[in-house]
Design a binder for this molecule. Structure first.
Ligand SMILES: *Cc1c(COP(=O)(O)O)cnc(C)c1O
Length: 359
C-alpha cells in the first residue's frame, strides 16, 4: 500500500484510522450482518449511527438544544440556495460579505428572487483579506448576515467573527471543526463534509430552531429546513454512507482531544508551513497575515514555470494536490484536520531542497 501526502482541497484526506475502521466494517457493520450501505435508513442499526453522529457534533462544537443539527444532501452549494429561500422573507434583504470565490457563489444564488446587500467587497484588494468590523456596511433591516468563514481558494479566514444584530450565517465548509468556535454567536453554520469531516455529497447544517420556522409557504417542501428538522434528517433517504463516515471522523476527533486538540495541532501545522514560506523571498504569500487561513495555505514562486516544475517534482516525491485553484494559480496546500504533522514536515523538507536547487 502506498498512501501519498494528500494536500487536496476537497474531497480531501481522511484520517487513516477512519478508513481502516470503515474497511474493517465494510462487510459487516456492527452486528447488522451487512454493510452500512445496505441497511435501511429506518433500521435500528442506522438510527444508532445517525444518533451517534449528531451526538458527536453536539459534543465537539458544544451545540445547545436551541439548535437543530441536520445532515443534508446537495453539498454546501444547495445551502447557497436554501438559505435565502428559507430565511429572507418577501420584500426583505440580506447582507453578504464578499471575500472570494465561495462567497461570490453564495451571493449569486441569493440574488435570484430577492435583494442582496453586499456589506463589503474585497475585490480591490484581490480578496486577500477579510474585512474589519468597522468596514462592514450592514443594513438595519437585514434578515441575516452571510459570511464565508474560510475562503478555500484564496486561503483567508476570519481571525474573529463579525458582530451583527441580524443572525450571522457562516459557510464553514473548509474549516468546520478545525478550531473552537462559539456556536451561540451564529444563527446558522453549514459545511460540505468533504474537507474536514467526511465524504462529499453530505452537508452538515446547524441552525437555530426559531429560524427554521421563518420559511415562507412558497418554498417547496423538500427545500424547507423544517421538513428535514421535523424528520431528523430522515425525510427522504439520506447519504447514509456519508453520515457513517462523519460519525467515524468525529469519533476520531474525540480521541485526539476534541476541537481544543485539533486547533492546537492545526495552528502548529500552519505555523510551521507559513514559517518556512516567510523565511525566504523565494516564496511569496499573497494573503494578508492577519487573515491567513490555517486550513488552505496559498503561495507563489518567482515564475509560473517554477510553479509548474514544483507541482510536478512534488508529485513525483509523493506530495499530491499542491496546484493552486485554476482561478488564482500558484500553489496551495490544504492542510485539513486529517493531514498530519508528518506531512507538513515532509513538505517543508521538500521545499528547502527545491529552493536550494532553483532559488
Ligand atoms: C468546497 C466548498 C463549497 C462547495 O461545497 P459542495 O459540497 O461542493 O457544494 C462551498 N463553500 C466552501 C467554503 C467550500 O470550501
Amino acid at each position: 500500500m502506498t498512501r501519498v501526502y494528500n494536500f487536496n482541497a476537497g474531497p480531501a484526506a481522511l484520517p487513516l484510522p477512519v478508513l481502516e475502521k470503515a474497511q474493517a466494517e465494510m462487510l459487516e457493520c456492527g452486528s447488522a450482518g451487512m454493510s452500512v450501505m445496505e441497511m435501511s435508513h429506518r433500521s435500528k442499526d442506522f438510527a444508532a449511527i445517525i444518533g451517534a453522529a449528531e451526538a458527536n457534533v453536539r459534543k465537539l462544537l458544544n451545540v445547545s438544544d436551541d439548535y437543530a443539527v441536520l445532515f443534508m444532501q446537495g453539498g454546501a452549494s444547495l445551502q447557497f440556495v436554501m438559505i435565502p429561500q428559507n430565511l429572507r422573507r418577501s420584500g426583505k434583504t440580506a447582507d453578504y460579505v464578499h471575500t472570494g470565490s465561495w462567497s461570490s457563489k453564495a451571493i449569486k444564488e441569493a440574488k435570484v428572487g430577492g435583494s442582496v446587500n453586499v456589506a463589503w467587497d474585497g475585490k480591490d484588494e484581490s480578496y486577500m483579506r477579510v474585512p474589519k468590523q468597522s468596514e462592514l456596511s450592514l443594513s438595519a433591516d437585514a434578515e441575516y448576515v452571510h459570511i464565508c468563514s474560510n475562503e478555500t481558494i484564496g486561503g483567508i479566514r476570519y481571525p474573529v467573527f463579525p458582530k451583527t444584530s441580524a443572525p450571522l450565517i457562516a459557510d464553514m465548509s473548509s474549516e468546520i471543526m478545525s478550531r473552537q468556535i462559539d456556536v451561540s454567536r451564529f444563527g446558522m453554520i453549514y459545511a460540505g463534509a468533504q474537507k474536514n469531516i467526511g465524504p462529499s455529497g453530505l452537508a452538515l447544517v446547524i441552525i437555530r430552531k426559531d429560524l427554521i420556522e421563518r420559511c415562507p409557504e412558497t418554498v417547496n417542501v423538500f427545500l424547507r429546513y423544517k421538513t428535514h428538522a421535523d424528520d431528523n434528517s430522515l425525510y427522504n433517504t439520506p447519504n447514509t454512507w456519508g453520515i457513517y463516515i462523519l460519525k467515524l471522523v468525529t469519533d476520531w476527533m474525540d480521541t485526539i482531544g476534541g476541537l481544543a486538540g485539533m486547533q492546537k495541532i492545526n495552528e502548529d501545522k500552519a505555523a510551521t508551513l507559513y514559517g518556512a514560506l516567510d523565511s525566504s523571498d523565494f516564496w511569496k504569500t499573497p494573503a494578508d497575515k492577519e487573515s491567513r487561513s490555517i486550513m488552505n495555505v496559498v503561495w507563489r514562486l518567482p515564475s509560473e514555470e517554477l510553479e509548474d516544475q514544483f507541482v510536478s517534482e512534488a508529485k513525483k516525491a509523493g506530495f499530491v494536490g499542491l496546484k493552486g485553484h485554476r482561478s488564482v494559480g500558484g500553489l496551495r496546500a490544504s492542510i485539513y484536520n486529517a493531514v498530519g504533522r508528518d506531512a507538513i514536515d515532509a513538505l517543508v523538507g521538500f521545499m528547502r531542497e527545491f529552493e536550494k536547487k532553483n532559488g
